[in-house]
Design a protein around this ligand. Structure first.
Ligand SMILES: Nc1nc2c(c(=O)[nH]1)N[C@H]1C(S)=C(S)[C@@H](COP(=O)(O)OP(=O)(O)OC[C@H]3O[C@@H](n4cnc5c(=O)[nH]c(N)nc54)[C@H](O)[C@@H]3O)O[C@H]1N2
Ligand SMILES: Nc1nc2c(c(=O)[nH]1)N[C@H]1C(S)=C(S)[C@@H](COP(=O)(O)OP(=O)(O)OC[C@H]3O[C@@H](n4cnc5c(=O)[nH]c(N)nc54)[C@H](O)[C@@H]3O)O[C@H]1N2
Ligand code: SF4
Ligand SMILES: [Mo]
Length: 680
């Protein structure tokens, strides 16, 4: 019988859409659409996932376990049975643990699925019990989290639904049309009611083109802009005295600190004219409600935590938190106070051969982990929900590691990615339409449940199932390895936190999505309540500062002389990180480098030319697009290409570095100096 059922988009996107899927009489999915009943999805999907059934039924899907037959990276495999695959993996992990210590085993995973169970449920239990190294999952957002914590203590954000009330909306390093499109209708509504919409971004992308004003900031200089805005606000006396007195600490020191952050000084660094900085600051301070949508672009530069922190202090200065539609939104995820340790069970480490907490390995420095870490060296790598041979920085180092003959690599994947090409064993993985999971969100406040709605492709299995089976093979007898998905969901929901009150598995089953038990509207800091020791927003002015990224025009002068272009590699509209980046039309787009006409002319480059982009770490070949969507000295290429589809097998992540940001251990993807030349 044809029917329509519910699901949830599991991709790593703030919107976490509620989906409806039409299933035909043969049990095949025929159409995906947004659930009109969900207050943020509002009945539509992005272009990527509207076409997700092409991926679901693609001939590229992996259907059975594979064992490598060629050299590492070549991508030649032969079919094996699950029994053989699991037996071989268990034996190799066991032997590695005995010979080199259990910490020589490294799990590597990220957010291929955002479902809590398949993101890190049974897999974490398994690796904790094994005593494997723990992965510090820093690749995306930890820098920004550190900045928000420093500013606010509690990382709460303005709700998307409240943006409709704003009179000024600033997208600050946030490509809303591309990466967070379900916020857009609320912005449209606000603008219809007279709101102004501004963008602050080194790249004038689709969102910037639709703005009332675009500020073409130079990469990594956001803290300087925010400090100068504070200068204008405090010099002009535009701060909210009452809010400051009641809910903040350290205002007079802040005022003193920003005294020399004149708009002229910031103009030199940011490339934004001083007069524009003055106007922006005045308008921000005098317009209510004023919302800042700060996405993750800002925190991918070397001083990203300081930038995020400084920006996130602005609404406390102007009292913007008081109003529905006022404040800052970076991520809403902090409000989902689920019982994660009940899912992950870190206490299992005590029953591991280690008998203690295992070491942490920062995923942003995988190259270093595979090549130079020696206490013990990484001898086995188990990858799931991630494609490190495409998305992680400094690919020459990563591939040198992945090619090692003494490294045993297992990859759980839906398709044969660049990473899977390096595997000894590949295991076919289900998609989110094929397994159970629960979903938090980082762009709204609804918790969701999804049941499998389609039959798994071939012999594909969920991560949950694979790690249950591996646990049995390894002889782990703890009853927690028998837990069903539903047992684990119930455990996650078993918490006394007020936000989860009334949310049970049964209720989720019935409603599909449920709003967290938070006030409506949710005004987290309208009456103070910051998560700092004092409960106030603490400016701590003495620690506020701006330092240019080493890899920037104002950073290391000798590097900038050799590699004078600042490369940013923001998200592509039509793929999700490297997921679906193998579509030919996406690859064509991801294979482009945008240059400013002045930089192009100086290198005799015109649109359509093939260019070699290089620095001290590597090189890649891209097609030039010459236009003014980037400022002089900035070049832009979309992330994240499948390297194996490029003519030279390389991508921009052969150029990016393993240098970490100022706080949170995140990668400085967008602080990357390069040179470009035409290939004749
Ligand atoms: N279509 C699509 N959607 C996605 C993704 C995707 O790959 N494709 N990825 C998902 C993921 S994993 C994430 S983390 C989110 C990220 O969502 P966003 O943070 O919105 O995306 P980014 O492209 O990382 O960065 C946002 C913007 O920051 C700009 N930027 C770069 N450097 C600077 C800087 O120094 N200062 C300022 N002010 N701006 C800067 C970039 O040009 C970009 O336009 O999107 C999610 N949604
Ligand atoms: N240059 C540059 N590099 C970047 C970025 C950038 O802006 N510029 N952005 C960074 C950011 S923000 C992020 S979050 C990372 C993203 O990096 P990743 O989290 O690695 O994201 P994807 O590239 O989408 O790879 C996810 C993989 O998981 C697989 N997958 C999906 N669901 C499942 C499942 O249920 N089970 C299993 N086993 N596999 C599954 C998909 O097929 C896909 O190949 O990239 C980072 N890399
Ligand atoms: S990728 Fe984002 S916008 Fe697209 S369907 Fe998934 S959650 Fe919605
Ligand atoms: Mo991300």
């Amino acid at each position: 019988m044809p029917r329509t059922v519910h699901s949830v988009c599991a991709l790593d996107c703030p919107d976490a859409c509620s989906l409806l899927i039409d299933i035909d009489e043969h049990g095949r999915g025929s159409r995906l659409r947004g659930n009109p009943a969900h207050p943020v999805t509002r009945g539509f999907l992005c272009g990527k996932v509207a076409r997700y059934l092409e991926h679901e039924y693609s001939s590229a899907r992996l259907l059975h376990p594979l064992r490598r037959t060629g050299t590492k990276g070549e991508g030649c495999f032969a079919r094996i049975s699950w029994d053989e695959a699991l037996g071989e993996i268990a034996a190799r992990l066991q032997a590695t643990s005995v010979e080199y210590g259990s910490e020589s085993i490294l799990p590597y995973s990220y957010a291929g699925t955002c479902g809590l169970l398949n993101y890190g449920g049974m897999s974490n239990r398994f690796f904790h019990r094994l005593g494997a190294s723990r992965l510090d999952r820093t690749i995306c957002s930890t820098t920004g989290m550190a900045g928000m914590n420093d500013a606010l203590g509690h990382r709460y954000s303005v709700e998307p639904e409240q943006f409709r009330h704003a009179k000024l909306i600033i997208a600050w390093g946030a490509n809303i049309m591309g990466t967070n499109v379900h916020l857009w209708p609320f912005i449209v509504e606000a603008r219809r009611n007279g709101a102004k919409f501004y963008t602050i971004d080194p790249n004038q992308n689709r969102t910037g083109k639709l703005s009332d004003r675009h500020y073409a900031i130079q990469p990594g200089t956001d803290a300087a802009l925010a400090l100068a805005m504070m200068h204008v606000i405090t010099c002009d006396g535009l701060e909210d005295r009452d809010y400051i007195e009641r809910h903040t600490l350290g205002f007079s020191e802040l005022k003193e600190r920003v005294r020399d952050w004149t708009p002229d000084r910031a103009a030199q660094l940011t490339g934004i004219p001083a007069k524009d900085i003055v106007d922006l600051a005045r308008e921000y301070a005098t317009t209510r409600p004023a919302a800042i949508r700060l996405n993750y672009g800002v925190q991918r530069s070397e001083r990203g935590a300081m930038s995020v922190r400084t920006i996130a202090l602005l609404p406390a200065l102007t009292g913007a938190w008081r109003d529905p539609g006022g404040g800052v939104q970076l991520s809403t995820s902090y409000a989902f106070q689920l019982n994660r340790s009940a899912i992950e069970m870190p206490e299992l480490q005590r029953s591991s051969p280690l008998g203690r907490e295992a070491r942490m390995v920062n995923m942003s420095r995988l190259g270093e982990a595979l090549n130079t870490v020696n206490d013990p060296p990484v001898k086995a790598l188990v990858v799931y929900n991630s494609n490190p041979a495409a998305i992680a920085p400094d690919q020459n180092a990563i591939r040198q590691g992945l090619r090692r003959d003494d490294l045993f690599t297992v990859v759980l994947e839906q398709v044969l990615t660049d990473t899977a090409d390096f595997a000894d064993i590949v295991l076919p993985a289900t998609t989110f339409l094929e397994h159970t999971d629960i979903y938090t969100a980082y762009g709204h406040y609804y918790l969701q449940l999804a049941r499998p709605v389609l039959t798994p492709a071939g012999e594909a299995r969920s991560n949950q199932d694979v790690f249950r089976l591996l646990a049995a093979r390894m002889g782990f007898t703890e009853p927690c390895f028998q837990d069903t998905d539903d047992d684990m969901i119930r455990a996650a929901l078993a918490t006394t936190h007020p936000h989860l009150r009334g949310i049970t598995l049964d209720a989720l089953e019935q409603h599909h999505f449920m709003r967290l038990n938070i006030p409506d509207p949710f005004l987290p800091f309208a009456e103070g309540g910051f998560g700092t020791p004092s409960g106030k927003c603490e400016f701590r002015a003495e620690t506020l500062d701006y330092t240019p990224p080493v890899e920037s025009r104002n950073g290391d002068a000798s590097l900038a002389a050799r590699f004078p272009l600042e490369l940013i590699s923001p998200k592509a509209d039509d793929n999700m990180n490297s997921t679906m980046a193998s579509r030919p039309e996406n690859d064509a787009h991801n294979g482009c480098l945008t240059l400013h006409p002045a930089d192009a002319t100086a290198r005799a480059i015109t649109t359509g030319d093939t260019v070699r982009v290089f620095n001290q770490r590597g090189e890649c070949t891209l097609k030039a697009v010459v236009d003014e969507t980037v400022a002089r000295g900035v070049v832009c290429a979309r992330s994240t290409r499948w390297p194996k589809l490029a003519s030279d097998g390389n991508s921009v992540n052969f150029l990016t570095s393993q240098r970490l940001t100022d706080k949170g251990g995140g990668p400085a993807f967008y602080s990357c100096l390069v040179q470009a030349e035409k290939i004749l």
